[in-house]
Design a protein around this ligand. Structure first.
Ligand SMILES: *Cc1c(COP(=O)(O)O)cnc(C)c1O
Length: 396
């Protein structure tokens, strides 16, 4: 018996619907790719994090199947009891080598990686200085730590300096600056060179979340440190296998040896949650191997991004400027963004509208994401659909 709790939850759900904030789920009946099958219909997909198109890459799928056949469906144990497989050690080695760090540690997701790191490496004497636009998993992870919290306005280096100074004035022992490498809602890149300069001035460490960068941005897909020239001045990197690197699941932290070693001893999402299935680890290993060599796929992604951006700008849409495959189309109004998304879906283009509280109230948008899996025809079809829907709704 729920004694009234179920009715209370129903009322909350009614309110979510009444506010127009319900998030319906689109059911996909195909593999994840440039186009997908929804309710028996092919749709061009502009909202997956499948930047290089590796989610259904034959070699990634093959590696996953092979490892599953050989090693079974899973480890049925956390890592430190009897859940550490050879493939886990191989994958940790591959991540560390790829991102040029001492070592790496796997988590069930990047949400877990970010959930475990702050509490583990910082104490109450320490300070964490966090960008206001950071991902929810960083916000939650920072909340779980006992360190003092300081927030700086997104990418505002003057404010970052003020917050570092405030942490010093408050007597912080160690300071850690944390930022997304690429901000997922706007698609812009963190100002890593200046962040690292300030970190040096104030003797702070730097942690970045590379979920929207690893595999597709920078030289060999090594992410924003190589793209911005900050290189190994960035100390710690968290990331995911659930986006560019195969799209399955799993997260990681790569960094200095003592960071990785202490996470193995203390990080709660690592200690108290099941190990990644061997098949998933094998798929991620193959995805890293492919991504590192995939200059062709990165070129296709860049070409698709440039073409869509140019055509949409010429058509009169209001885009957030940027250079990543995340291209937000601004509608500024939640109702209009919903109507636009619906019209695009009716026309065969799968997109997602974002409104408050995911973005500020007057910044409702459709976030499009480019992929190397999109064909020239897919991109042309999507542009035509946007122009048709935009005219129908008086957006352009
Ligand atoms: C997707 C994402 C995560 C979460 O990654 P999962 O592996 O799906 O848990 C964390 N941080 C950022 C910036 C993300 O975009």
């Amino acid at each position: 018996m729920m004694h009234g709790l179920a009715e209370h939850l129903s009322a909350t759900l009614d309110q979510i619907r009444a506010d127009g904030l319900e998030k319906p789920e689109t059911v996909i009946a195909s593999s994840q790719s440039g186009s997908v099958t929804v309710a028996g219909r092919q749709m061009v997909n502009l909202c997956a994090n499948n930047y290089l198109g590796l989610a259904d890459h034959p070699e990634v799928v093959e590696a996953t199947i092979r490892a599953t056949e050989k090693y079974g469906s899973g480890m049925a144990s956390v890592r430190f009891i009897c859940g550490t497989h050879e493939l886990h050690k191989e994958l940790e080695g591959a991540v560390a080598r790829y991102l040029e760090k001492d070592d790496a540690i796997l988590f069930g997701s990047c949400f877990d990686a970010n959930g475990g790191i702050f509490e583990t490496i910082l104490g109450p004497e320490d300070a964490v200085i966090s960008d206001t636009l950071n991902h929810a998993s960083i916000i939650d992870g920072v909340r779980l730590s006992k360190a003092r919290r300081y927030r700086f306005h997104t990418s505002d280096m003057d404010d970052l300096r003020l917050q570092l100074q405030a942490a010093d004035d408050d007597g912080a022992r160690f300071k850690l600056i944390v930022t997304d490498g690429v901000f997922s809602m706007d698609g812009f890149i963190a100002n890593l060179p200046e962040i690292c300069d300030l970190a040096e001035d104030y003797r702070a460490a730097v942690l970045i979340d590379e979920c929207h960068a690893t595999g597709h941005l920078g030289d060999k897909g090594k992410g924003t440190p190589t793209l911005t020239g900050a290189g190994n001045r960035v100390d710690i990197i968290s990331g995911t296998f659930g986006k560019t690197l195969g799209g399955a699941m799993g997260g990681f932290v790569a960094g200095p040896q003592p960071v990785v070693d202490l996470l193995r001893q203390r990080a709660r999402p690592y200690l108290f949650s099941n190990a990644l299935p061997p098949g998933v680890a094998a798929g991620a290993l193959k995805a890293i191997e492919i991504a590192e060599q995939a200059d062709d796929l990165r070129a296709t992604l860049a070409r698709n991004t440039a073409r869509f951006r140019t055509a949409m700008t010429e058509a009169g849409f209001d885009l957030v400027p940027g250079e990543t495959p995340i291209i937000p189309v601004m509608l500024h109004d939640a109702v209009k963004a919903q109507a636009m998304a619906q019209s695009l879906r009716d026309r065969g283009v799968l997109v997602s509208a974002f409104s408050f509280p995911v973005v500020p109230r007057d910044q409702a948008r459709i976030r499009t994401q480019m992929s190397a899996a999109l064909t020239d025809d897919n991109i042309g079809f999507a542009i035509d659909a946007f122009v048709g829907a935009g005219r129908e709704l008086g957006v352009i």
